[in-house]
Design a protein around this ligand. Structure first.
Ligand code: LLP
Length: 418
């Protein structure tokens, strides 16, 4: 195999004892592949982010809820957030205890709240109306409140979740109303949380958000925890030598702020963070196969099975993912070319890499879409009645294990009523 175009996966020995071509032969195409070692390393890095002792990392499961990965996160000593009863269900199955789960609810029914309450899972509430509902169904209880600190960050406007243009969190100007509802239902605020948005690469906005939520926290005198949210970014442009987020600098700045604040608050409380992408994005590569290459007017199209049913991020946010090329023959790529890499979905927007300069690609090549572990499989769909791919883990011994099978045609019939 000519392996000139695999420098990132080669540098981490991503595929262990196997190769992308063998994986596709064994498990079919397209295929999500995860590397356990990288996943565990990221868990550890964030566990060691700060020195402040009462500290928890809640892995944000929405980024990737594969049961095996959840079990590994559990082994690494992480806790989890949940965004739905479905996430709670799988987290409990993975071995997390109710105290390790924070249900961050948003516009939910009383039944969904009850699902968490009955399991003794802490619920975070993010509007006055939902606080009223929570009080009615669970008076005299503890609750967590999500505030909107007025600051947002993120790689795209669709993923900025703090600030003045988002549906999330309670505007702190309604603090009096919050307190009235708390009093009416004898609720105790155990914690407050925020999430300013997804993907920051420089720590300033996060630190500003932290300072803002800490000043909001002063309105409550007996908190048990404050959750600063996630958003920790990863470098998606590795082939362009994009720098990593400086965790040392971020950790030191966080420590300073936290130690100072808790001293004034007069009580050591638990500090939580809630990262998803940072933990799992780089542990995942999506493999696909090149089936057809053509020139359509001025553009060369590389036709693959990597439609937006499999990975939605490029189509939804114009996100960039680096691409590697794996080839069985030793046919060289003699030139680089500008191409559109497209999928097999019936929409012209089905482009995974737009006008990308890459070494010449041939039919039969396997492509690797890097950094696809976060918001990849979990946002995939059966659009066009395509089957969602399998997921494979390269374990710490370098062996491949199937951790979710590919959909079958029968799966497509599962919910129909005859
Ligand atoms: N906590 C809350 C309340 C969140 O809403 C999110 C992400 C996180 C934590 C984790 O954020 P992270 O550390 O992963 O940035 N589908 C988009 C990202 C959406 C993020 C939604 N909320 C993407 O593919 O970029």
């Amino acid at each position: 195999m000519l392996t000139l175009h695999n420098q990132v996966s080669n540098s981490t020995n991503f595929f262990g004892n196997t190769t992308p071509i063998e994986l596709i032969q064994q498990y079919g195409s397209p295929l999500y592949v995860y590397n356990e070692e990288i996943f565990r390393t990221r868990c550890k890095e964030l566990k060691n982010l700060i020195t402040y002792p009462q500290y928890a990392v809640n892995y944000s499961v929405k980024a990737n809820g594969n049961l095996t990965l959840l079990k590994i996160a559990h082994e690494e000593g992480l806790n989890v957030d949940a965004m739905s009863p479905g996430e709670i269900y799988v987290e409990l199955e993975a071995g997390f205890s109710p105290e390790q789960i924070l249900y961050i609810s948003n516009n939910v029914s009383s039944n969904e709240m009850l699902y968490a309450i009955e399991k003794n899972i802490m619920v975070s509430i993010d509007s006055l109306s939902q606080l009223e509902l929570y009080g009615k169904i669970n008076p005299n209880a503890k609750v967590c409140i999500r505030f909107n600190p007025g600051i947002g960050a993120g790689h795209h406007e669709k993923v900025i979740t703090g600030g003045k243009k988002t549906k999330f969190g309670i505007d702190p100007k309604y603090m009096d109303e919050v307190k009235k509802i708390l009093k009416k239902y004898h609720l105790k605020v155990a914690g407050i949380n925020q999430h300013i948005g997804s993907l920051f690469m420089d720590s300033n906005n996060y630190i500003e958000g932290v300072k803002s939520v800490l000043s909001i926290a002063e309105a409550f005198d007996d908190l048990e925890f404050i959750d600063f949210g996630g958003g920790f970014g990863i470098p998606y442009q590795k082939l362009n030598h994009e720098e990593r987020l400086d965790l040392n600098e971020l950790g030191c700045r966080l420590d300073d702020v936290i130690y100072q604040w808790t001293k004034n608050y007069g009580k050591q409380i638990t500090i939580k963070i809630e990262p998803g992408r940072y933990i799992v994005a780089e542990s995942g590569i999506l493999l696909g196969t090149v089936y057809a290459i053509k020139q359509n007017y001025n553009m060369k199209y590389v036709g693959t099975d990597l439609g937006f049913n499999v990975l939605k991020r490029p189509v939804m946010y114009d996100s960039h993912h680096d691409i590697e090329i794996y080839r069985e023959s030793n046919k060289p790529s003699n030139q680089s070319e500008i191409v559109n890499i497209v999928g097999n979905i019936c929409e012209s927007g089905d482009i995974i890499a737009k006008q990308r300069e890459l070494p010449e690609i041939f039919e039969g090549d396997i492509l690797g879409v890097l950094d696809a572990g976060a918001y990849g499989y979990c946002m995939s769909s059966n659009y066009n009645n395509r089957l969602r791919p399998a997921e494979v883990l390269i374990d710490t011994n370098g062996h491949a294990q199937l951790i979710r099978r590919r959909d079958t045609l029968e799966d497509l019939m599962r919910n129909f009523q005859f």
